[in-house]
Design a protein around this ligand. Sequence first.
Ligand SMILES: C[S@@+](CC[C@H](N)C(=O)[O-])C[C@H]1O[C@@H](n2cnc3c(N)ncnc32)[C@H](O)[C@@H]1O
Length: 346
Amino acid sequence: MHLVLSDEMDAPHLRAEVERAVPGARVENSGPGLLAVHGLSTESTLRTPLVFARQLLLDATFESATSIRAWAELLFNRVSAVVTGTGPWRLHVTPRYGQGSAGANRCGLIRQTLLEELGRRRRSLKRSLHAEPSLFRPDESFVQLLLTSPETGFLSILTAPRPYELRHRIAGDPMGEIPLASDKSAPSRAFAKLVEAERRLGVPITADDFCVDLGASPGSWSYVALQRGARVTAVDRSPLRDDLMVNPRLTFVRGDAFRFEPDRRADWLLCDVIAAPERNMGLVLEWLRRGLCRRFVVSIKFKGADDYRKLDQLKEELPGLTESFLLTRLCANRNEACAAGTARAP
Ligand SMILES: C[S@@+](CC[C@H](N)C(=O)[O-])C[C@H]1O[C@@H](n2cnc3c(N)ncnc32)[C@H](O)[C@@H]1O
């Protein structure tokens, strides 16, 4: 059985998405924003991006324990049986019950009690616990305990290299929640989308990069790229904020994003144009087919839930055009999804 977590609001969309992707799967609601999927092989879970999934617990088992100490003991036994201590591993103990921060304190205490136990009985495992919420490394294992009540929960243990192989499908941050980046100097809150996409990709824009930013005004995405030291060609019908317009590393092109042709391959295609989903999807597919970009972050904006199934075209075509990609609703997205990834070498 696999568990798939979504935002509570997105739960019906996730369910529709899973049922469409894997017609034979049996899908059950196991809590708020929590679906249990039976009969979906791990292989097909690997292949199918689920836009509305915030986190996956693959091969999850149902568990129960009556106290914090009993949970820690259960974790100790399971983890020390399969995680070797030679490579790093990551542990998420998170609650999914009640309101607000219910269970967070209990989860913190379970984690702390486990660490004390490891310190006494398995020091190497304690030392190799990896705290950074970054992308999974090839030698890293991943343990998730999700409490659905104080005394029940689900446990998933993936040993290396599976978390790495699944790095664009499972999240390195607990429950896939990434706090929204904030910067009062950025021209708009759209800034947080690009910062989150970089983090989920595990690849930041760098000073050596040339970025094309389509639908760039008022300029938050260009602002992020310029802050990283990159050069930017920004395309919009309206200008960007004044200070960005005079930045020597920015070239502004007034015009239609869908007609813009770069004079050389861009390191990053950034596209946040407000347009129908099929237009932005068509644009990124075209840029990838023609080898016009090395990496991409593209927003797909929706008018209603009817649009969501249009994303199936990207699920079908991106695997053949990219080395790796993610297709997800970012925490910073509103009624949008984000397609991001690395193109196949031309
Ligand atoms: C959501 S805003 C982009 C915000 C921007 N990413 C930022 O971070 O500041 C969408 C932009 O798309 C632009 N836009 C819409 N259609 C366009 C088109 N066909 N060509 C160029 N720009 C377009 C709008 O002018 C608007 O500035």
